[in-house]
Design a protein around this ligand. Structure first.
Ligand code: SAH
Length: 233
């Protein structure tokens, strides 16, 4: 029997899912509230991790240790790193990496955490394929892309910083949690996928766009996750 851990960094990324689930148990741990129960006929644990990589990593570890989830889905919003990926569109992860890790002085490529053996953490292909197929069914007004998601403890709203990240990592979108969820899931041998709807273009327009579009973008991503749960058996 599958048990899916669902993480959103912010309340608006998980509130619609929480409202629809049947709650069996509430558990408080590390100042987080984990809701265990059923959604769309699937066993789930839904949690708001808080923003940034540390919050997301510790939340993921608790899902693995205490709730023994079999899979992890991260839903939320992100800044686009490609001209053709517009606000509202969805990116499903092929892999994820930390764009703010730099240990090049000891010969590691930019982004690689030393002594871990890989630059990027691979998402589960079955979950990713299911996400793309479900997106085409449920969000017919937008495009869905499958590609690399890059994360760091920075809100990217400067074209120069954005271009630098694109040149180094060839990511499809940038956010602040995905890679640490991927990293933690990888160390625990738990399959994962990151699903992000675009809230901004991660350049000088991001500060204006983000507050305008975050709610609608978060809702797109959550609707997709809800639909996926109906198909996960
Ligand atoms: N509005 C919040 C802060 C949001 S930080 C507050 O005031 O507290 C941005 C969130 O959206 C993070 O969770 C991150 O994962 C995602 N995100 C969206 N666009 C981003 C961008 N351009 N750069 C980095 N993270 C972004």
């Amino acid at each position: 029997m599958k048990k899916i851990g669902i993480i959103g960094a912010m309340e608006l990324e998980v509130e619609a899912l929480k409202d629809k689930m049947e709650i069996h148990r509430k558990v408080e741990k590390a100042s987080l509230e984990f809701l265990e129960g059923m959604l769309s006929g699937t066993e789930v644990v839904i949690v708001r991790s808080g923003i940034g990589k540390v919050n997301a990593a510790l939340c993921t570890q608790i899902l693995c240790d205490i709730f023994e989830v079999t899979h992890i889905i991260n839903t939320g919003v992100a800044g686009s790193l490609k001209n053709e990926i517009n606000i509202g569109d969805i990116v499903v992860s092929t892999d994820a990496l930390h764009h703010d890790v730099d240990v090049r002085v000891f010969g590691y490529p930019l982004g690689e955490v030393p002594q871990i053996g890989c630059l990027a953490f691979q998402a589960d292909t079955e979950l990713a394929q299911l996400a793309v197929a479900c997106c085409k069914e449920v969000n017919t007004d937008i495009e869905v892309y499958c590609g690399r998601i890059v994360s760091g403890d920075q809100f990217i709203s400067d074209k120069k910083i954005k271009d630098n990240i694109i040149n180094h990592f060839h990511g499809f979108c940038v956010e602040m949690e995905g890679a640490s969820i991927a990293h933690t899931a990888y160390l625990n041998h738990v399959p994962f996928v990151i699903i992000r709807a675009i809230s901004d273009k991660a350049d000088d327009s991001a500060e204006m766009d983000y507050p305008t579009f975050e709610k609608a973008a978060a809702a797109h991503s959550a609707a997709l996750v809800e639909h996926m749960l109906q198909k996960i058996k």
